[in-house]
Design a binder for this molecule. Structure first.
Ligand SMILES: NC(=O)c1ccc[n+]([C@@H]2O[C@H](COP(=O)([O-])OP(=O)(O)OC[C@H]3O[C@@H](n4cnc5c(N)ncnc54)[C@H](O)[C@@H]3O)[C@@H](O)[C@H]2O)c1
Length: 271
């Protein structure tokens, strides 16, 4: 059991990558607190893990609510006496929009959930890990952090921010034995990507199936990612096998280097 006796918190754990990561950490022996905005759904998946014989609990949490974030970590530390692992998977895709037409509210919201929410969780967990002088955090960045895609400027900027935050925290917490890394997934067909593919196919005037196939063909390893592909890397970074790794942002993308494609013109700029 590589993560036996470890206490882990996973955000965005009701579905998608967060759920796969929570399952994997639990399977590796960790006691996992699954947090998500979707209260009922996260309770259901945590209960299912318990029925399967794993150690899991759930908490309703909006990562953009700083006092609520602090309270969840304080309670976890008080109840369990330690906090070994934080995985920040809570995230939100952006409405596919030309940047010059992007509204203030969409920009603010995407930055708030993807970047500020990650900061709140790292800050709260980091205080306990620093005191404990051990711990591992893994943030979910994105291939977009390395190679921005057109029409999702706020998301690209938020994920580049997550990569930078990861490296900054790693330097600051290294002296306390706390490691901080990030994983940048390529395309995995979760709810998140289902929505994005639907919007992108409309901007290109093709069907969603054609869009999904076009993405598949662009991936050197010839298939979309599975949630387990991401969960394996996260679990590795959480465990002692990775004890000399910090401040790294790993792309797990099937070899894909970037998702950028130049969108066609949609407006006339001259008479
Ligand atoms: N799926 C991909 O292809 C892909 C690629 C690159 C990066 N990512 C990143 O991986 C992470 C997980 O993505 P996913 O595909 O599982 O998405 P998803 O939409 O399936 O799941 C995201 C989860 O986060 C939760 N969430 C959203 N806002 C929240 C908030 N304010 N507080 C708490 N929970 C909140 C949602 O309820 C949901 O359960 C995200 O950060 C995403 O940006 C995903």
């Amino acid at each position: 059991m590589p993560l036996g006796n470890k206490v882990a918190v996973v955000t965005g754990a009701a579905q998608g990558l967060g759920l796969a990561i929570a399952r994997r950490l639990a399977r590796d022996g960790a006691s996992v607190l699954l947090c998500d905005l979707q209260e009922e759904k996260v309770r259901g998946v945590a209960d299912a893990l318990v029925r399967d014989g794993f150690q899991a609990e759930s908490a309703s949490l909006d990562v953009t609510d700083a006092p609520a974030v602090t309270a969840v970590f304080e309670e976890t530390f008080r109840n369990r006496g330690r906090l070994d692992i934080l995985v920040n998977s809570a995230g939100l895709g952006q409405k596919v929009t030309p940047t010059v037409e992007l509204g203030d509210e969409e920009w603010r919201h995407i930055l708030e959930v993807n970047l500020t929410g990650t900061f709140y969780c790292c800050r709260a967990a980091g205080r306990f890990m620093r005191r404990q002088e051990s711990g591992s955090m893994v943030n979910l960045a994105s291939i977009n952090a390395h190679s921005p895609a057109a029409l999702v400027a706020a998301y690209n900027a938020a994920k580049a921010g997550v990569a930078s935050l990861t490296r900054t925290l790693a330097i600051e917490l290294a002296a306390y034995g706390v490691r901080v890394n990030a994983v940048s997934p390529g395309p995995v067909y979760t709810d998140f990507n289902r929505k994005t593919m639907a919007q992108r196919s409309r901007t290109l005037g093709i069907t969603q199936d054609e869009m999904v196939e076009r993405v598949r063909r662009s991936i050197p390893l010839g298939r979309w990612g599975e949630p387990q592909d991401i969960a394996s890397m996260v679990a590795y970074l959480c465990g002692s096998e990775a004890s000399w790794i910090t401040g790294q942002v790993y792309q797990v993308t099937g070899g894909l280097q970037g998702v950028s494609a130049t969108p066609p013109r949609t407006t006339r700029t001259r008479a």
